[in-house]
Design a protein around this ligand. Sequence first.
Ligand SMILES: Cc1cc2nc3c(=O)[nH]c(=O)nc-3n(C[C@H](O)[C@H](O)[C@H](O)COP(=O)(O)O)c2cc1C
Length: 218
Amino acid sequence: MTHPIITDLKTRYTTKKYDATKRVSADNLAVICQAMRLSPSSINSQPWKFIIIESDQAKQRMHDTFANKFQFNQPHIKTASHIILFAYNPKYSRADYATVIDADIASGRTPADNREQAFGAYAFVDLNTDASGNNAAWTKAQTYIALGNTMHTVARLGIDSTPMEGVDSELISELFANELDGYICEVALAIGYHETQTDYNVKLPKSRLSQEQIIQII
Ligand SMILES: Cc1cc2nc3c(=O)[nH]c(=O)nc-3n(C[C@H](O)[C@H](O)[C@H](O)COP(=O)(O)O)c2cc1C
């Protein structure tokens, strides 16, 4: 099959070694920011924060979060162009949803008179919230939609990437406490350009289960 979408998805791969001399342009970074922002989420909740690590100082801090584990991902921090932290709000609340409704009113999507009515959709959050107000499983799931969307966007731009669940969430919470403000990061995305000589993964064939094994059209 030849289709631009399939080409994107076949050519993207998990980069294992970055060329430290290459940087993602400001124009491309602006596209990536918009793609993240435009990602869909359940009831348009947007229970996320995306922290883009660009400066040497921030990279050093991220590098330090690998002190205890997942060191196999650590080399990407200083060699990739940027690292994006995908963080979720573990206790999404009615006050958080109010900011969404107010944005809907500002954009003209929801009439101001319907503000109270618009909270009806929040019932869906209640269904996913425990007695202590925790709805982390649900909000975390939303961040993966943004992650997938971002991975495809960077592929389209010809930028390489590495999704990383191999990150130390506790140390990230400590060292990025100011930026995260209580949100939790359990997955990050390195973006940049691969090192042509030593990235073994670029040469390996794409491998997936067959369509018959995972998809039924009924
Ligand atoms: C959510 C997620 C987390 C991942 N975590 C890591 C990781 O910590 N380190 C790593 O090298 N690869 C990681 N991967 C890469 C996967 O192993 C890879 O996507 C999979 O083997 C398919 O290969 P491909 O991405 O090259 O097509 C992760 C992928 C996803 C989607």
